[in-house]
Design a protein. Structure first.
Length: 508
């Protein structure tokens, strides 16, 4: 089978719209991991994805009658752009069915490329079924996103470039997997030309389409799929792509959302480009692979296909929040401390000069307090274990929440609430220069016996740290505290009258 695909790939017509993208050396990541790592930059295509290769090759090879009748596709993203661009270049009418939930910016991008758009259904599956219905009604040709020999051959041209650009030894190529078009095409070429190179697919743990199919020896349909890496959110691998993958793929690596976010950051550090989650799968897979294959025999270069960069801007905050966890550079703990003045300071002194990334606390009763905190790590899980041991040795109860999905997604933002038993609480918002140990320095000043009843701090990597503090002060203490704030020298604002505080966190 790979012989026939070799010919199809070599004959594929893609460069009317595609460019030969560079194979960039990831110098920072290579130095850190001790292995030469290269990025195949398909994010640098005009539509920021490899998808235009297969779409153009498919439409180009249609009979003239089919071209005149037009083509149709179902997609909410990269495939839609590829089909629209191919149709525009070839003068072929293109109709794209997109879910009604597609972000407006993606709809407008496809429309700008000259395609007509129908919004239908709430999911890709709804759009797909409607597109198949329109194929029969309108006599259009359906351009499948992955399960088509011409599409597979077009995607396989990525492999021809990789092997031409890197003639030195290659240990493995890491390829994102959704429906399987990219990995099938690349594997068909690489295994025919340089069979010693490993083909490794990478999938999210919550969408193991190819992984489960290889285990079962047949295609399986996933009941649920993850949506974070939406570029590979496919319930079932294609028939044709699975035939190829079953024979040619050496291994599939599964990665977590946090590991994908860490990979997006790794790519940014080396290229200053922001990959979409699916596009960063290859780098996440390389890191997971290296953790397991520490004693590799005569290793060569590892190559990751950076398949796309169509990421919504509003996702970047989530990526940033989770990247440090994925890199094991942040630990999350719930810590029980005695409810008495000075407890915060004792706790922070035990952490030393480690950077505190988050600190949430709200008074509940006069016996003990639970603090939700994030600690920056430099040595991964071993350092995390050392911190837990040290805190427990000093009598603090510690629960490790680093791998707790509910804690990471929700609880960290819900710590607090009203505290009706707290009297004479005043609320202050502070801004101070951010540096390692800044929080400890700040708390060291609050040692005059005032009771802290609310505390929230989150380090966002900015030049200034921001802290919200509730302090119990009677009338006599209030003046003394204001004098102290002037001595402290940090910018601050009193927020006791803020309606957000009164409605959601106010004391008695």
């Amino acid at each position: 089978m790979s012989r026939s695909y070799l010919e199809k790939i070599l004959r594929a017509r893609v460069y009317d719209v595609a460019r030969e993208t560079p194979l960039d050396f990831a110098s920072r990541l290579s130095a850190r991991l001790g292995t030469p790592i290269w990025l195949k930059r398909e994010d640098m295509q005009s539509v920021f994805s490899f998808k235009l290769r297969g779409a153009y090759n498919k439409i180009y090879n249609l009979p003239e009658k089919k071209k005149r009748q037009g083509v149709i596709a179902a997609s909410a993203g990269n495939h839609a752009q590829g089909v629209a661009l191919a149709g525009k270049r070839l003068g072929v009418p293109a109709l794209i069915v997109m879910p009604t939930t597609t972000p407006p910016i993606k709809v407008q991008t496809v429309r700008n490329l000259g395609a007509k758009i129908i919004l239908h259904g709430d999911s890709y599956d709804d759009a797909y079924e409607h597109a198949r219905t329109l194929v029969k009604e309108k006599g259009l040709t359906f351009v499948h996103p992955f399960d088509d020999p011409d599409v597979i051959a077009g995607q396989g041209t990525v492999a021809t470039e990789v092997l031409r650009q890197h003639e030195e030894p290659i240990e493995a190529v890491f390829i994102p997997v959704g429906g399987g078009g990219l990995i099938a095409g690349m594997a068909a070429y690489i295994k025919r030309v340089r069979p010693e190179i490993k083909i490794i697919g990478v999938e999210p743990e919550d969408t193991p389409t190819l992984h489960h199919a290889l285990q079962a020896g047949r295609r399986v349909s996933l009941k649920q799929i993850g949506l974070f890496a939406d570029g590979v959110a496919v319930r079932q691998i294609g028939k044709e792509t699975f035939k190829l993958a079953r024979d040619l793929v050496d291994e599939v690596v599964l990665v977590t959302t946090d590991e994908i976010c860490a990979a997006i950051k790794d790519i940014y550090d080396d290229t200053r480009s922001v990959a979409e989650p699916a596009g960063a799968l290859g780098i996440a897979g390389i890191k997971k692979y290296l953790q397991k294959k520490k004693n590799r025999n005569k290793p060569g270069s590892l190559i990751s296909v950076l398949s796309g960069a169509n990421i919504n801007f509003d996702r970047l905050r989530h990526v940033s929040e989770r990247a440090e966890l994925g890199e094991q550079r942040e630990a999350l703990f719930a810590v029980e401390i005695p409810e008495r003045p000075g407890s915060f300071l004792s706790f922070c002194r035990l952490l030393g000069k480690r950077n505190v990334t988050e600190f949430n606390y709200r008074y509940f009763d006069d016996k003990r307090a639970h603090v939700f905190c994030g600690i920056e790590l430099s040595d991964g899980s071993e350092e995390r274990d050392n911190i837990i041991e040290r805190l427990q040795g000093r009598g603090f109860g510690v629960t490790d929440l680093t791998d707790n999905e509910t804690a990471k997604l929700h609880i960290r933002y819900m710590v607090g609430g009203h505290a009706p038993q707290v009297k004479n609480e005043r609320l202050y918002r502070f801004v101070f220069p951010e540096r390692p140990g800044a929080l400890l320095d700040f708390l060291s000043g609050l040692t005059r016996g005032w009771n802290i009843s609310l505390f929230h701090y989150r380090n966002h990597g900015a030049a200034y740290g921001r802290v919200l503090v509730g302090v119990q002060l009677n009338k006599a203490e209030a003046g003394e505290f204001r004098d102290y704030l002037r001595e402290l020298g940090y910018r601050y604002h009193e927020e006791t009258g803020n309606p957000a505080y009164q409605l959601f966190a106010g004391a008695g």
